[in-house]
Design a protein around this ligand. Sequence first.
Ligand SMILES: Nc1ncnc2c1ncn2[C@@H]1O[C@H](COP(=O)(O)OP(=O)(O)OP(=O)(O)O)[C@@H](O)[C@H]1O
Length: 491
Amino acid sequence: MKNILIIDDEREICTFLSHLLTLKTYHVTTGLNGDDFYKHIKAKLFDLAILDVRLPDADGMTLLRELKREQPSCKTLIMTGYSTVKTAVDAIKSGANDFIEKPFDDIDKLEEQIDGLLENGTNQMERHVQSIADQAGFFLGRSEAMRHLAAFAYKIAQKQLSVLIEGETGSGKEVLARFIHMASHRSKERFIGVNCGALSEQLLESELFGHEKGAFTGAVETRRGLFELASQGTLFLDEIAEASPQTQVKLLRVLEAREYYPVGSEKVKRTNARILAASHKNLQEAVKEKAFREDLLYRLNVVKLTIPPLRERVDDLEELTTFLVSQSERPDMTFSSEAVSVMKKYHWPGNIRELSNVISRAIALADEEATMIPVSLLPHTFHESPAEKEAGAAVEIPQKKESSSQSTAEFERYLKEWTSHVLSLWHQEEPPPLEEVLDKVKELEQVTGQAFVEKTLQQTYGNRREAARQLDITMRKIRYILNEKGTPSSG
Ligand SMILES: Nc1ncnc2c1ncn2[C@@H]1O[C@H](COP(=O)(O)OP(=O)(O)OP(=O)(O)O)[C@@H](O)[C@H]1O
């Protein structure tokens, strides 16, 4: 018979749970405080402990640690009220198996949860995590940090909580968000991602909240927003730090009250979409810099997942490389051990996206018959001494064989054509309309801007922030130059 320990200072909860679980033939012991807890765990081995996070003489986290030490195989279910959800989430991070919110409004679910914990071994959960990760194309690796992160994300996926994902650029924030969606009860519904940094303020608001016909120039018909389209599913807000102050206010309202107004409408709408947000910026820092609302961070921060950068999990690099190669056009290729050892020493500022680019490049450069990728096919920055790197030697462009020379050739061709066109106007006997000439000059400005932005983006592995820094312009200006709307002056 399975032994269950229940610790809660509310006597009625103990009585209720004791009655419910005894009927299911479990053997139940109850206690009202920390003293009772210590007394019971010294006296008997338990299969499951159901602990309140807040007790008059002890806190749940301390009890959890003590239990893990004294009885490592005992499962733990944390009980929490609305105001202590964050503590319960922290408890899961520290190894509790699950949590349940009080008051219990779904007794069947509670029974299911308890039966599940008692029946399923940890291995079963690990297998489930792995199978969802496989479906999501999410490579977990062996590193303790990633395994722990995935197990935590899996447990949290089942709850109706918003999640904030932090991690460097290219570290897999979107892949993790998809994993959470697929591990949740919403997996059959839609997963919709939107990059808050890639759209102008007006466009982002109308994407998210929808708009009424005539709300602004170009709003020729009423349009549903993503909060409506993802209402039963998951909405992934990437680069949330880029949302304007006005959009942040609207997002806060959605998180607090699940309500919003479409642009130009006075009719409030409700959404049930689960919100997952991501940022490569540390939002705590952004709050200090007054660039992000503290109350919004507070709402998002209930569950925070931080993906470690690739350089901190080099032990996984070889296996991850094999995984990414297996998904490429040449799944039979392998990297030589010398190449792998050079890759392990590299610092991977662009993380897994950069690794994926390096792999594509090496495969494109390799001979058709070759199956082994030698170290010489790695970008030259990989072979530099630390001193050379420090001196800021040029970064190799991790693209397919011809792409950088191709774009240079295209740009040169354009400049020649442009010059010959303008010179032909110059040599005309009749002066041409000046507007025509000036339009050509504007076109030159636009094409040149795009060429420089695209070249820099290749060099930064698609990292727009870094490209903006190198070019000394704003991210918004990059979007403008790339014709992604927005105005060049607005930040
Ligand atoms: N754990 C992983 N397993 C497999 N592929 C991954 C993993 N993490 C990242 N990738 C791959 O790396 C690339 C970048 O991943 P993703 O877009 O999720 O990163 P990100 O952190 O959201 O990037 P950004 O900061 O630019 O938004 C994608 O091609 C993705 O498939």
